[in-house]
Design a protein around this ligand. Structure first.
Ligand code: G6P
Length: 609
């Protein structure tokens, strides 16, 4: 939610800031702004809408200056208009602040500051930070920032600049990520995430919560919020710009859908032990007796990661025979969950920064549970704060609608299950069958993708419908949820996912000849039952799009359209059945002229609760 960036160095800052903002745009895109220090003061430019609008506004009269900060916004407090766009300033316009997060006590602070004579011009929570820093400023920016932060309740990742100290950026984090890119020649970039710095450097310092950084061309100083020095490690990022560009695809989402054979290979690489029928996971940081002592698994996550976790629940119970349950992180964090010593909590998150998942994980840790992260973003907060975990290695995911992270999360949870299962009751034969099949899943995904044109045809035929229903059973029920989520996220069509049989308890009332129903009807244990549910829809003249197993000739007689996927083991079908649903959502959204990579009101990384 919101992306921030700051630059200090020898080059003109504006092109670097704008380019960085574009990389961060997936974090929020309802308004953007920039503040640049030049010899005479701060020039601030802001615009409602996407970064391209800010770029047009600035046009050829780019503010000159080699130090600046910028922001792309996902509004929390205050309408997404130009006035409320960041950066925000103090009464005299001597400093500028960009902020990602929410200041919960801003109303109280605003009233107190207004009573002291501070003049507010926006509806944002962030503006109080600027006025507090102004109030405390006595000649040292970082001291004033620390004094201001001490009064804030809420979350922030922020950057501050001041006319009075024109070669300095002060950054601080509490709950919203910040990273410093160490570039060549006394040049530094502060940003919400690595994607904004990777063009310039692969050397980064990740700030932890409650840390500050003071950046000047002479170097960076890191400290805690009490201004006590903290020494930080410089880390090397192992991906490059190519990973975050579109590579000829029309959208990041399409590129990421097509990357899945490779991203899945990356998740599985070096981890499958086919002979032994198990998986090798190096980062769990748990001994074998500890792993054998697990008597309950709680998976906590949001959005698509929550759907992947639901599949994890089926896998863990079925194969490892350990009770498992899935909780929305936003519920888990506030409901005083019971966590016995044998419980392991899996925090599943692509970004590793989702505020609710992070808070749920911290709550579980506070209660003494062992927490493992299942993350994509290396070095993210969840990955660093969890006691251990599994990186899914899907590579950077830019499209707001998650695709390759989902399949890699499911694959990683399967590996975790295999490992746990084989330490317990899972037979070597079944373990070997699963590992063998996992090894060929990427090739099968490739096969499905090769047939993308048939999905596009169906999408064209149904793009103008207002509602969709997605039905599946067993391990394909979460896939139905995910298919529906993909469609509503990017095409704004109302879609619901349901367990196929549950349809009779409500959704069936919606079915008429204008209602497309997507069935996941693969040949596994629930096949006959799903066919019956399909018949129930057909009787009521619903339009049926079925995802079925290659070679199944029967389904075609019941469905209006069939999308075939290769045969696999029942519990692994989600890795394949979700692919046509991702493509369907994508092509429907394109057909409707929607902004696929930046759907309205959404953000890739939800760093506010
Ligand atoms: C947002 C994104 C989703 C994502 C969810 C959880 O809603 O738009 O794509 O699934 O956050 O994010 P996480 O990074 O924790 O997996």
């Amino acid at each position: 939610m919101c992306g921030i960036i700051g630059y200090v160095g020898a080059q003109e800052s504006v092109p670097i800031l704008l380019e960085g903002l574009r990389r961060l745009e997936y974090r929020g895109y309802d308004s953007a702004g920039i503040a640049v220090l030049n010899g005479s003061g701060i020039r601030i430019e802001k615009a409602a809408g996407k970064i391209s609008i800010l770029e047009k506004l600035i046009g050829s009269s780019q503010p000159a200056g080699t130090l600046g900060i910028a922001h792309t916004r996902w509004a929390t407090h205050g309408e997404p208009n130009t006035l409320n766009a960041h950066p925000h300033s103090d009464c005299k316009g001597r400093l500028a602040v960009v902020h990602n997060g929410i200041i919960e006590n801003y109303t109280t602070l605003k009233t107190a500051l207004a009573n002291e004579g501070h003049h507010f011009t926006t509806d944002t929570d962030t503006e109080v930070i600027a006025h507090l820093i102004e109030k405390f400023y006595t000649g040292n920016l970082e001291t004033a920032v620390a004094s201001a932060l001490a009064l804030l309740t809420g979350t922030y990742g922020l950057a501050v600049i001041s006319v009075d100290e024109p070669r300095k950026i002060v950054g601080a984090r509490h709950g919203s990520p910040l990273v410093v890119g160490i570039c060549a020649d006394n040049e530094y970039i502060l940003a919400s995430d690595v994607s904004a710095v990777i063009r310039h450097t692969n050397q980064v310092v990740y700030l932890d919560d409650e840390e500050m950084v003071v950046i000047t061309p002479a170097g960076i100083q890191t400290s805690n919020l009490r201004r006590e020095a903290v020494s930080k490690k410089v880390e090397i990022v192992d991906w490059d710009l190519e990973h975050i560009e579109k590579a000829g695809f029309d959208h990041f989402m399409l590129k990421e859908i097509f990357e899945q054979p490779q991203s899945l290979r990356n998740t599985l690489r070096g981890r499958l032990m086919i002979e032994e029928g198990t998986a090798r996971l190096g980062g769990l940081n748990m001994t074998v007796p500890e792993l054998r002592g697990i008597d309950r698994v709680v998976l906590t996550a949001c959005g698509t990661s929550w759907h992947a976790s639901l599949i994890g629940e089926y896998l863990i119970e079925e194969l490892a025979r350990i009770p498992a349950e899935v909780e929305y992180a936003s519920e888990f964090r506030y409901r005083n969950p019971l966590l016995a010593p044998g419980t392991v909590v899996l925090a599943v998150s692509q970004s590793g920064e989702t505020a609710d998942t992070l808070a749920a994980m911290r709550e579980a840790t506070r209660k003494g549970a062992r927490v493992l992260g299942v993350c994509n973003a290396v070095g993210s907060t969840i990955a660093r704060e969890s006691g251990g975990g599994v990186y899914i290695h899907a590579g950077p995911e830019i499209g707001v609608a998650s695709t390759k992270a989902f399949t890699s999360q499911v694959a990683a949870l399967t590996l975790f299950t295999l490992y746990l299962g084989r330490l317990g009751e899972l037979s070597p034969e079944l373990g070997a069958a699963l590992t063998r099949e996992l090894a060929v899943i990427p090739d099968k995904v490739e096969e499905i993708l090769a047939g993308h044109d048939s999905v596009r045809e169906i999408a064209k035929a149904y793009a103008r419908h207002d509602n969709f229903l997605y039905l599946g059973r067993g391990v394909n029920f979460p896939v139905a949820l995910e298919g529906a989520l993909k469609l509503k996220e990017i095409s704004y069509i109302h879609a619901e996912g349901y367990p196929a049989a549950e349809m009779k308890h409500g959704p069936i009332a919606l079915i008429d000849d204008n209602m497309p129903v997507v069935f996941i009807c693969t040949q596994d244990s629930a096949y006959e039952k799903v066919l019956n549910n399909m018949e129930e829809v057909r009787t009521r003249k619903g339009k049926i799009i079925a995802v079925a197993t290659e070679g199944d000739t029967h389904v075609a007689s019941k469905a209006d359209h069939v999308l075939y996927i290769p045969r696999t083991l029942g519990l692994l079908t989600p890795l394949l059945s979700v692919i046509p649903l991702q493509l369907l959502a994508y092509y429907v959204a394109v057909e409707r002229g929607c902004d696929v990579d930046q759907p309205r009101n959404l953000a890739k990384s939800v760093t506010v609760e």
